[in-house]
Write a protein that binds this ligand. Structure first.
Ligand code: PMP
Length: 394
């Protein structure tokens, strides 16, 4: 066998042996609580469509109208001839929604993180990153060439001690606002104060907070009552609460201008289809006009937590739509997910290396499109699955 084939076969065998082989379920329906997977209907609790906008008729209509006006593809990168009036308007509306001077739309959140971090720091600089940051922030740090140091999750002393040892170069502190696999929130107030004290810049990836948190849905900063200039670099994604696709960086006019000049994943990639920008503009309006979505989501989160606690399930300290149930062993998490599937519920098991060894979990996510009855039905299925697997609480 060719050495590459040999290597790949060994990697795949190892994954299988560890029960870590990743598979892609094939979805046959639009997103929503009722999901058809491989032809079978399920009640799903694992999408990031937190506000239930991914299949909203107004958003779909805006996309169709966008196609009528602009066609299907953007045709080029933003700097050549792919930057449409829809992208431009979306950037202005995102900036205004976030209370920032400007925003820049990227094709994905992964690319927004890579682009911003590599544009801001390089050799001789420093990145301090929370240990549980999203993979894209980790890769961005490694790619940047800056000294990359991870501090203990949400631990202010750990961050402080690393900051105090830096004596040259610029320092970027990068954190998730809401941690994607735990659902907890970064202690941004203290991190803002530390960043100021040490003349560092704070970058927040608010992929899971934007649209959901705070009185206006502006995200984690809104929830914590932070001023926009407390966090000079804000990243948000559009494929989660906004239900569409893409991401943005918001900040000062100078930051955005610098990203247009320097951020390679912005410069050297095809712009998202203009119709996606048109659809996102509509969903951003819905986020602003329909606070009931956030309120209902909040009520579902409280209902789910109360019920899961009664069942003795191990929850994480999360007040967000991400409500993991920690199971522990990889095989147990898979078995639990399977037992739920047999009862008509689709909940993904998340295993290492995505989460730490011994902390495999069911990543339950709630959305504004779920009903109280659906959450109650999930709790009932969890109780049965738990009994079936262990005959005692997990
Ligand atoms: N940051 C976080 C915290 C995420 O959870 C994700 C996606 N799961 C991303 C960035 C990447 O965003 P996108 O899916 O738009 O590439």
């Amino acid at each position: 066998m060719n050495p590459f084939e040999q290597h790949l076969a060994a990697v795949l065998d190892e994954r299988r042996a560890l029960s870590r082989y990743r598979v892609r379920p094939r979805i046959d329906s639009p997103q929503g609580p009722e999901l058809t997977v491989d032809g079978v209907p399920y009640l799903a609790f694992c999408s990031n469509d937190y506000l239930g906008l991914a299949n909203h008729p107004d958003v779909a209509l805006a996309m169709r109208e966008g196609i009528d006006q602009f066609g299907v593809g953007s045709g080029a990168s933003h700097l050549v001839c792919g930057h449409s009036a829809e992208h431009h308007a979306l950037e202005q509306e995102l900036a205004s929604f976030c209370g920032r001077e400007r925003a820049l739309v990227f094709s994905t959140g992964f690319m927004a993180n890579l682009g911003a971090v590599t544009a801001l720091v390089g050799r001789g600089d420093h990145i301090l990153a929370d240990k549980l940051n999203h993979a894209s922030l980790i890769d961005a740090g490694l790619l940047s060439g800056a000294k990359f140091n991870r501090f203990l999750h949400n631990d202010i002393d750990s961050l402080c001690s690393r900051l105090s040892k830096i004596d040259s170069g610029r320092t970027l502190i990068a954190v998730d606002g809401v941690f994607s696999m735990d659902g907890d929130i970064a202690p941004l107030r203290q991190q803002v104060a530390l960043a100021r004290e040490y003349d560092a810049w704070l970058m927040v990836d608010d992929a899971h907070g934007f649209g959901c948190l705070g009185p206006n849905g502006r995200g984690t900063l809104d929830l914590l009552g932070l001023e926009q200039d407390d966090v000079p670099v804000l990243m948000g994604t559009l494929g989660k609460a906004l239900g569409t696709f893409g991401a943005f960086i918001a900040g000062s006019g100078q930051l955005i201008e610098a990203l247009i000049q320097l951020a390679r994943p912005y410069i050297y990639t095809t712009a998202m289809p203009p119709a996606v920008a048109a659809a996102t503009r509509r969903s951003l309006q819905l986020v602003a006009e329909q606070p009931w979505r956030r309120q209902h989501l909040g009520e579902l989160i409280a209902r789910f937590r109360a019920g899961a606690e009664q069942l003795g399930l191990t929850l994480m300290p999360s007040k967000t739509a991400v409500q993991p149930i920690v199971v522990g062993a990889d095989a147990d998490a898979q078995a639990m997910s399977h037992a739920l599937r047999q009862r008509g519920f689709w909940v993904a098991a998340i295993r290492p290396p995505t989460v730490a060894e011994g902390s495999a979990r069911l990543r339950v996510t709630l959305t504004a499109a779920h009903t109280n009855n659906q959450v109650d039905a999930l709790l009932k299925a969890l109780a049965e699955a738990q009994q079936e697997l262990r005959k005692e609480p997990l």
